[in-house]
Design a protein around this ligand. Structure first.
Ligand code: NAD
Length: 486
């Protein structure tokens, strides 16, 4: 049963008033809130660890790496760059606008709604919040109800450390999300699945509200065994990390499946088994380093993917599970049917299909025949193949010889394309996501060309048509300091 909620009109009015007052535009306010995030991460680290362990079974080292450490890095990056980002930038003008000057002035959008997901509840809430604060907005965050302890900790720490007149947390599930979407916002930033993403866009369209959709999809890893000078061991360790090591495969940029050459698949399977054991021991479900499945519904969904008879027969490692504790063993499958759900739906869990191909180049057509992924990984040093993958596939990002690591680079935009979403954030891209670049132009009265005004005649048309002549004439008039009589 959902908590009883109001219609949020009061909260939204307060946020609108605070935004209107200019408080959130003040650079010192933005700084203080970013410092507040750094303080809460430090001082409430224990609460965050506990919540992530309770909801997702995340080890505190993983929790620190993926959420606290990453968010702290982003907050520091924003603090270090705030002055540069918020300053206006001079823009060049064509001669035809002489005398004039122009600049781009970044302005905040207003009151923004952030709907976040459950798999990285702190990271996926604070990363956009950092961008929204840096850009000077008022904010409503609705965390996911599927990680309830994390949602409650988020609400408490944000209340305790940030300015609640401008940054509010609303807790709840779909009902609360739908209620919020009935209101007008100046931006909606949504992280989650495509079905809800559609509702978000529909609601936003009513008010022409701009939207960013951070969705998911199936992220392939192309493993090229014939690549020269590649370190198989490191590559396999990174693949395991990119599949099972970030929230047990429940990550939007986790490796979803592998594409590799048929004749090398047995070697790859042996290497994967070896390093899965090294990371998680002989009984991975007893390891405290493997995150659990978020809830019974997702557990059953993953079990159903595996239980399909033709899929089951393709399991070469793992496959066991423990429903009480919501653990599924890291599982490797070789060539499950391509029309089975495990190969048509985003897996979002610790199941790793390997699809074998005659030639590694066939991976390009395989990827192109499917929706555009959020990320593609290529384990190859073959520059020709790298180039082909970059030029002939489309995805939010493409990373060679590693997985997931692109997420921490503030200099790279993080976001999808096509079915994996649109809009991007991280680093300066987060600031831009929550800003409008206002074009400002100031003209002088020194020169005024008559040919831009009616009444029209062919002489004016000739002058307008000839851009070169137009600029030339402008120059002449500038030199002579005369006004055009044309
Ligand atoms: P979801 O789509 O169910 O929920 C996401 C958010 O939307 C939550 O806050 C939820 O409460 C809210 N919500 C749910 N129903 C709603 C409704 N009817 N109206 C308004 N709000 C509603 O999340 P999910 O599907 O469980 O998340 C998993 C998906 O998210 C995967 O597809 C994954 O790839 C994707 N994801 C993407 C990223 C990314 O950064 N691109 C990160 C994490 C997850």
């Amino acid at each position: 049963m959902e908590a009883i909620v109001g219609d949020f009109e009061g909260e939204l009015n307060e946020l609108r008033e605070v935004f209107k007052s200019g408080k959130t535009r003040d650079i010192s306010w933005r700084r203080s809130q970013l410092h507040g995030i750094l303080s809460l991460l430090k001082e409430r680290e224990g609460d965050i660890f506990k919540a992530l362990n309770q909801d997702l079974g995340k080890h505190h080292v993983e929790a620190y790496r993926d959420e606290i450490g990453t968010v702290a890095k982003s907050a520091k990056h924003a603090l270090g760059n705030l002055k540069k980002w918020t300053s206006s930038k001079r823009a060049k003008l064509p001669l035809s606008t002489f005398p004039g000057r122009a600049k781009l002035v970044p302005e905040p959008l207003g009151v923004v709604l952030i709907l976040s997901s459950w798999n990285f509840p702190f990271g996926l809430s604070f990363e956009p919040i950092i961008g929204a604060i840096a850009a000077g907005n008022a904010i409503i965050l609705k965390p996911s109800e599927l990680a309830p302890t994390c949602s409650s900790v988020l609400a408490n720490i944000i209340r305790d450390y940030l300015d609640n007149s401008a940054i509010k947390v609303v807790e709840g599930g779909p009902y609360v999300g739908e209620k919020l979407l009935q209101h007008r916002f100046d931006k909606i930033f949504y992280t989650g699945g495509p079905r809800v993403g559609q509702s978000v866009m529909t609601a936003a369209a009513k008010n022409l509200t701009p939207v960013t959709l951070e969705l998911g999809g199936k992220c392939p890893a192309v493993v090229d065994f014939l690549s020269s000078s590649w370190d198989k061991k490191i590559a396999v360790k990174r693949i395991i990390w990119g599949k099972f090591g970030a929230c047990g495969g429940q990550a939007c940029i986790a490796v979803d499946y592998i594409l590799t050459q048929k004749k090398f698949a047995p070697i790859l399977v042996e290497l994967l088994k070896k390093y899965i054991k090294r990371s998680y021991g002989d009984n991975p479900m007893e390891s405290n380093s493997l995150a659990k499945i978020i809830n019974k519904k997702h557990f059953s969904r993953l079990k159903e993917l595996l239980d399909e008879p033709h899929v089951k027969s393709s399991i070469v490692y793992g496959g066991s599970s423990n429903e009480n504790d919501l653990y599924i063993e890291p599982t490797i499958l070789v060539d499950p049917p391509l029309d089975s759900e495990i190969m048509t739906e985003e897996i979002f869990g610790p199941l790793l299909p390997i699809i074998t191909l005659e030639k590694i180049e066939d991976s390009i057509e395989f990827i192109r025949a499917r929706p555009k992924p959020l990320a593609i990984y290529g384990f190859t040093n073959n520059e020709k193949l790298q180039k082909k993958m970059i030029n002939e596939t489309s995805s939010g990002s493409i990373t060679f010889n590693d997985a997931i690591i692109q997420y921490v680079a503030d200099t790279l935009p993080f976001g999808g394309v096509g079915g994996s979403g649109f809009g991007s954030y991280h680093g300066k891209f987060s600031f831009e996501n929550f800003s409008h670049q206002k074009a400002v132009m100031v003209r002088g009265y020194l020169i005024d060309f008559g040919f831009r005004y009616p009444p029209w005649n062919n002489k004016k048309l000739q002058l307008l048509k000839s851009g070169l002549r137009y600029d030339y004439i402008t120059l002449v008039f500038i030199k002579l300091g005369l006004k055009s009589k044309a």
